[in-house]
Each structure stands twice: as C-alpha cells, then as structure tokens.
Design a protein around this ligand. Sequence first.
Ligand code: G3P
Length: 217
Amino acid sequence: MKFFVDSADVAAIRELNDLGMVDGVTTNPSLILKSGRDIVEVTKEICDMVSGPVSAEVVATEAKAMIAEGLKLAKIAPNIAVKVPLTWDGLSACKALAGEGHRVNVTLCFSAAQAILAAKAGASFISPFIGRIDDNHYDGIELIEDIRIIYDNYDFKTEILAASIRSVNHIIDCARIGADVVTAPPAVIKAMASHVLTDRGLELFLKDWAKTGQKIV
Ligand code: G3P
C-alpha cells in the first residue's frame, strides 16, 4: 500500500519523507489556502523533495481551461499528477491530458459509477472521499470495496487513491480492502504509531530499568 500525504505543509511532509513514509503527496485548493503559499512555489518545493507523484489541482470548470491549467501545472515538475474534478468537463480534460502522457488524478469521487467513468477516461488515480461520505451518513469504506471489485473485474489500471481520510481505522480498512493508495493528513499518519499499551509498557520498562541503576551508554 502506498502512502501519500494530504498536505501542502512542507515541514510536515519533510518530517514524514525523512522517515521514508512518503510515496507521494496530494494537494487541493483548500490545502494551498491553508499553507498561505503561492501554488507554483510550494508545489515545486514539494516536487523537489518527494520523488513520487504530487497532485496539483486545477480550478477551472470548463474542459478547455482545465487543460490549459493542467498543462501549466504539469510544467512545474515531471512528478506532477494533474488533479481534475469528477465532472463531465473534468473527464474530458482527463482524457486529453492523459492522452498527452500526463498523470491525472480524478478527484471528488463519491460513487462507483463516477469511478468507472474516470477509469474509462484514462485516469492514473481515482480519489473517492471517504470522510465526506461518512459525514453525510453513507459508508465511505463500502465505496472503496465496490470500486476495488469493479476495477478488478475489468482489470482497470487506474489506482484507487482513498482520500478524505479522517482516522487510523480508515487506513486499516483501506489496506484490508486493497486500496492502492491512501492519502492522509500528517497527523493521521503519525497517529498510526500510537497505542495505549505501547505507552504503558514503555513506562513500566523505564521504571524497572531505573531500579537496576544501570546505564547502556
Ligand atoms: O485531497 C482531498 C481530500 O483528502 C480532502 O479531505 O478532509 O477535506 O474531506 P477532507
């Protein structure tokens, strides 16, 4: 399973990247806003740091303008994946950009039907938004399961990039189902290391060690 970091915070990405945890990065207009940085500058900095795909999202809503923005974003670095929304125009832009050899991440996917169309349009990645589906009282994980079955039935090469990850359990469920990639905020990735029994066990070991009066170095 590949780990992408869902962030435009360079310091947070670097911390995980230095540990070898980062296979790619996803950004979106809200994350660029949060970073307070210029989209081209911050995306370039991330692309220079991370060798895997870095998704940068278009903001135009018509296919022609999306393609123009996608081509500009793709020039930032060779590892850019152009992110387009799952609209009819977005699918058209996906087809055109993929046809020119660019990686395309089709985002804002909320149904299996949308995921089929993205695969047909040549997307490298489909991004179903698990958390936002759960927020609306549907089952985000069930959508990942459905897309996995459908893509496997027809040997679609589009990678399932589970997005809008809110918890460690989301990541475990995605791994169990066989999502190709999860993109998660840095805090959720770091939370994977925490366990109350690890903390309790460590506390006990340190207490006993102190009683020995020994030192290792
Ligand atoms: O990159 C898009 C996605 O992961 C958004 O997540 O938490 O804003 O629903 P969220």
